[in-house]
Ligand binder design. Structure first.
Ligand SMILES: [Zn+2]
Length: 220
C-alpha cells in the first residue's frame, strides 16, 4: 500500500509555524536553514543543471495575466543567482511540459490533488514524496505526461493586489527550488510573515547558493 507523505510549506499570515534554525551559529549571519524539517532533516533540490519548467493555469477576466506577470519577474530574480547554471527556471505554455504548476487557490486545479491537497494559506507550495522517499510523486492529470511534481497555489482573493502576488510568487519559487523553511528575518524574501520584497536579499542569495552546492537527499 502506497503511503504518501504530505509536505506542505506554507506562508502563514501571522503565525508562521517555523522551527528555529539549526545551522551552526557562525553561519547564521549569512544564510538560514533550508532543509526539510523531517527526522532527520533532508536536503531537497533539483539535480544540478536542471531546467525547471513552470506552467501558469490560465485565468480570465481581471485576473488574466496577473500570475504570469508575477512569475516572469520571479524567474529573473532567482535565475540570476544561478551563476554556474545550477538551475534554470523557465515558463512553459503547456501543462504537459510542466514540472511545476502555478494556480489560483479558488480555481479547479489542472492536476488531481486529492492525494496531496494544498493547505489553506495566502500561498502554498505542495508536493508529495513517492514510495522511495528519494523523489516526488507526480500529480496525475489526463491528456498528457504526468510530470507535474509541485503545485504553487496563490489565494484567489489576493488577485487584486498585483504587488502582493509578485512577492508571494517570488517567495514560493524559493520553496520550489528547495528552500523548505522560512527565514526569521523580515528583510528576507523567504521570511515566514508579511513579505516586504519581491527580490532576493543577500541572505536569500547566499542560502540558495549553498543549497545548490549541498548534496540532495531528495530530487524531484
Ligand atoms: Zn513560505
Amino acid at each position: 500500500m502506497r503511503i504518501l507523505l504530505l509536505l506542505v510549506v506554507a506562508l502563514a499570515v501571522a503565525l508562521a509555524a517555523c522551527e528555529g534554525p539549526t545551522m551552526p551559529p557562525a553561519l547564521l549571519g549569512d544564510l538560514y536553514e533550508f532543509r526539510l524539517p523531517t527526522t532527520p532533516v533532508q536536503v531537497l533540490r533539483w539535480e544540478s543543471g536542471a531546467r525547471v519548467r513552470i506552467h501558469v493555469t490560465p485565468s480570465t477576466g481581471a485576473r488574466a495575466g496577473v500570475l504570469e506577470g508575477a512569475l516572469a519577474r520571479a524567474l529573473v530574480v532567482w535565475n540570476r543567482e544561478a551563476l554556474y547554471g545550477e538551475y534554470e527556471l523557465v515558463q512553459v505554455a503547456s501543462l504537459n511540459d510542466a514540472d511545476v504548476v502555478v494556480r489560483w487557490s479558488d480555481e479547479v486545479p489542472p492536476v488531481d490533488m486529492s492525494e496531496c491537497p494544498p493547505d489553506v494559506s495566502r500561498a502554498v507550495t505542495t508536493f508529495c514524496l513517492d514510495e522511495s522517499g528519494d523523489h516526488l510523486e507526480p500529480f496525475p492529470h489526463t491528456g498528457g505526461t504526468n510530470s507535474v511534481r509541485m503545485v504553487v497555489s496563490v489565494l484567489g482573493s489576493e488577485a487584486a493586489r498585483a504587488d502582493r502576488v509578485e512577492r508571494l510568487v517570488a517567495h514560493e519559487l524559493g520553496h520550489v527550488l528547495g528552500i523548505a523553511r522560512h527565514s526569521l528575518d523580515a528583510g528576507d524574501l523567504m521570511y515566514g510573515g508579511e513579505l516586504t520584497r519581491a527580490t532576493l536579499s543577500t541572505r536569500d542569495a547566499a542560502t540558495i547558493r549553498v543549497l545548490y552546492h549541498t548534496r540532495p537527499d531528495i530530487t524531484p
